[in-house]
Design a protein around this ligand. Structure first.
Ligand code: SAH
Ligand code: SF4
Ligand code: F3S
Length: 460
């Protein structure tokens, strides 16, 4: 979940003053919520008359939309800032946004003096003013978490360049897992209002989007009143989105086991547009470690949820997150993690070495695990998870499935799309185009993707 993603937004016309428009480039690190924020920043700057630079080297303003979750993610950003220096020693205007901005604030500009703007994840609607301030030569810093959210100050969603879109419905986290920075960088749990979300989804659908992924650090904690004043949970929001004309697929991520309600589980059985995929991080299979992590679920309660989900939707693809080498993790604790992986059987998973984060309780715990042990455990865990992923993909061979075509492939005439279970599918599909949902017969499976043969197109 840690791939840099360069934001694509449609170029705006040159500025009305006749001056060449200023060009910007956004690189997002970290989770999908950062990708969403990066897209919204791009849309905001485009509405202000700036243009997207084709290459980062051509940009007058570079925004690094950062992640603070692990030490490595932070180191990557500081080395990226260094790389922005041009041959003549000059730099573009540099803005550090996202979770490092929130966590480190003014310290960033002290450590990297070429940084002109530091803007937190709840303050980026003020980017135009911050850019003005930086143009006047001052370092502009805004890490406020205003009570009124940024969303109302952002322009409406324009037509999107892809048939799939992210939509942040919930932000922040109140769970305070002892290893995690998110409650500090993103603030308290907050659900965006129902009406605002339905409007944004409608705008996306009108712009050609067929699949929406609802996002939140704890997306299944979303709650709010619907248009008739009835309290709804995420299942109610999904139902409303499924009714929007043009929306064919809905996904949501990331869920916390404690907020996995029976109503949301039932939604998987009842709403055809809700895709059969659930990302439900467990982190560890050891109860003492889960307790030390402050996860407030244990191995048994997690597996009981999985059982319920599979009873409602037998073909669901399960995904998870794992941390190895949390302080105090013994070989027996780690074995319990392997056991829960065997019991749950994942289609996909993300696993990380524990990284001590400044200000979090776990960083102060005794019995920190050595890097060698962490490496070795991560390798064993990933070998098992890869085996499960491969087996999951292998089962697809011989099946016919619907694929939403998302982008061109490398070979002539090839397109790449996603199966309902979030597998990448490569397919030669004459006459089909990006945005189509087509029937595909799967002919082979690799560790990370499937290959298929297109039947006739089922929808335009
Ligand atoms: N709210 C979500 C997402 C949290 S961040 C959740 O609980 O699943 C994404 C993942 O990063 C977490 O699931 C966890 O596996 C990992 N993570 C969080 N803090 C970490 C740390 N200090 N070191 C290593 N991985 C960490
Ligand atoms: Fe971090 Fe835990 Fe919140 Fe997830 S639930 S964001 S791991 S504190
Ligand atoms: Fe990283 Fe912030 Fe997301 S710390 S994982 S970008 S919420």
């Amino acid at each position: 979940m840690n791939h840099p993603a360069d934001t694509l937004v449609r170029p705006a016309p040159a500025s009305s003053t006749g001056e060449p428009a200023q060009r910007f480039f956004v690189t997002s690190f970290g989770c999908q919520m950062n990708v969403y924020d990066g897209e919204r920043m791009g849309e905001l700057l485009t509405a202000e008359g700036m243009q997207v630079a084709e290459k980062r080297e051509d940009a007058d303003l570079v925004i690094l939309n950062t992640c603070h979750i692990r030490e490595k993610a932070v180191a990557k950003v500081y080395s990226d800032i260094g790389r922005l220096r041009r041959d003549d020693g000059s730099t573009p205007m540099i803005a550090v946004a996202g979770c490092i901005a929130q966590a480190e604030g003014a310290e960033i500009a002290r450590r990297a003096p070429s940084v002109d703007i530091v803007v937190g994840p709840q303050a980026y609607h003020r980017l135009p003013q911050l850019i003005e301030q930086a143009r006047r030569g001052a370092t502009a810093i805004d890490t406020d978490m205003p009570a009124i959210t940024k969303f109302g100050s952002l322009p409406a969603r324009p037509r999107q360049p892809r048939p799939t879109a992210f939509l942040t419905v919930q932000e922040g986290c109140d769970k305070f897992c002892t290893s995690c920075v998110v409650p500090y960088t993103r603030g308290a749990e907050l659900s965006r209002p129902f009406g605002e979300l339905v409007d944004e989804a409608c705008a996306l659908a009108e712009g050609g989007v067929k699949e929406i992924t609802l996002l939140g650090q704890n997306v299944n904690a979303w709650g709010g009143e619907d248009d008739r004043g009835r309290m709804q949970g995420l299942d109610g929001l999904i139902r409303a989105m499924a009714d929007i004309k043009g929306i064919r697929r809905i996904r949501y991520t990331t869920s916390h086991p404690n907020d996995m309600t029976d109503a949301l589980i039932a939604a998987h059985a009842e709403i055809p547009a809700l895709m059969p995929y659930l990302h439900l991080p467990v982190q560890s299979g050891s109860n003492p470690i889960l307790k030390a992590m402050n996860r407030s679920h244990n191995a048994e309660s997690y597996l009981a949820i999985i059982d319920k989900v599979r009873a409602a939707k037998p073909d669901i693809a399960l995904s998870g997150d794992f941390i190895v080498g949390f302080p105090g993790e013994s070989e027996a604790d780690f074995q319990a993690t392997l056991d829960i992986v065997r019991a749950a059987n994942y289609a996909q998973a993300f696993s990380f070495k524990y990284s001590p984060r400044p200000g979090t309780p776990a960083a102060e715990m005794e019995d920190q695990i050595s890097p060698e042990i962490m490496d070795e455990r991560l390798q064993r865990l990933q070998a098992l998870l890869n085996e499960q992923q491969h087996a999951f993909n292998a089962q697809a061979v011989g099946q016919r499935m619907q694929v939403l075509l998302e982008r061109p492939g490398r070979k002539h005439g090839q397109l790449v799309g996603k199966s309902p279970w979030l597998q990448s599918v490569h397919v030669i599909a004459e006459g089909a185009k990006i945005g189509d949902i087509i029937d595909v017969d799967i002919i082979s499976a690799g560790p990370n993707s499937l290959e298929g043969q297109a039947l006739q197109q089922v929808t335009a």
